[in-house]
Design a protein around this ligand. Structure first.
Ligand SMILES: Nc1nc2c(c(=O)[nH]1)N[C@H]1C(S)=C(S)[C@@H](COP(=O)(O)O)O[C@H]1N2
Ligand SMILES: [Mo]
Length: 221
């Protein structure tokens, strides 16, 4: 084994990742599920893609667009549209599970993996959760371990096309392993916080975490 301190590849970044791995920092305890168990309890499949939001669908030009990343991080970051597009681009295929009981399989997303953003900002050891804020005033909270899921994506494209305004374009979050209300459309601010606290729907009766496999729909579940 190479001595990690003398390894020229051992950048600050890889050291941070090793530390996270050693701490088991982003482990969710989830296991992969067989295809026969793909639909979470109480869900039904749809082929279309319903639109759900607070009713206000902000129109954000590329000129106005900003993403602020702040709070418990080593490097705060403000990205404009060009800066965001210059981050590593990835693709992922995932299912949508909405708390209103529809699910939609095999959505092809393209954008920036949340993990690539985390590598840039380096959450501090105090960061346990994120509060997300969108251009329409919507907020939602996620544990850092959920936000940092391997398939969580800051998505700009769906099925090869720019995400439409009604579905949260030009950029929305996609966190496939939680109910879709956690996947903020028109995302503009990510704040890393020490203690998890409720966002909009979570204050209005929805579950703080929202795991569809555990049917965490409402807060009194
Ligand atoms: N900014 C913002 N994001 C949001 C919402 C919203 O009202 N505003 N609604 C959430 C809810 S409840 C759901 S089910 C999904 C719906 O996404 P869709 O309209 O693309 O299907 O967006 C989530 N993200
Ligand atoms: Mo929803």
């Amino acid at each position: 084994m190479a001595d990690e301190t003398s390894d020229p590849q051992a950048t600050k970044l890889t050291n941070t990742k090793r530390k996270w791995a050693a701490e088991g920092r982003f482990l969710t305890g989830r296991i992969s599920r067989p295809e026969t168990d793909r639909l979470p309890p109480g869900q039904h499949l749809v082929k279309n893609w319903p639109v759900l939001d607070l009713g206000q669908q902000p129109q954000i030009s590329e000129l106005q667009w900003r993403l602020d990343v702040r709070g418990a991080v080593e490097n705060t970051l403000t990205l404009d549209w060009a800066g965001f597009l210059s981050l590593p681009q990835s693709q992922s295929l995932s299912d949508i599970h909405c708390v209103t009981t529809w699910s939609r399989y095999d959505n092809r997303w393209q954008g920036v993996m949340v993990r690539d953003l985390l590598d840039l900002v380096h959450p501090t050891p105090e960061a346990n959760a994120v509060m997300l804020t969108s251009f329409d005033g919507y907020t939602t909270n996620l544990l850092l371990s959920d936000f940092a899921a391997a398939d969580a994506l800051l998505a700009t494209h769906w099925e090869g096309e720019p995400i439409s305004r009604e579905h949260g374009g030009p950029m929305r979050l996609v966190v496939p392993h939680l109910y879709f209300w956690k996947s903020a459309k028109w995302l503009t601010r990510i704040e890393f916080i020490r203690e998890d606290r409720p966002g909009f729907w979570e204050k209005n009766g929805y579950h703080l975490r929202g795991d569809p496999w555990a049917e965490q729909r409402y807060s009194d579940d």
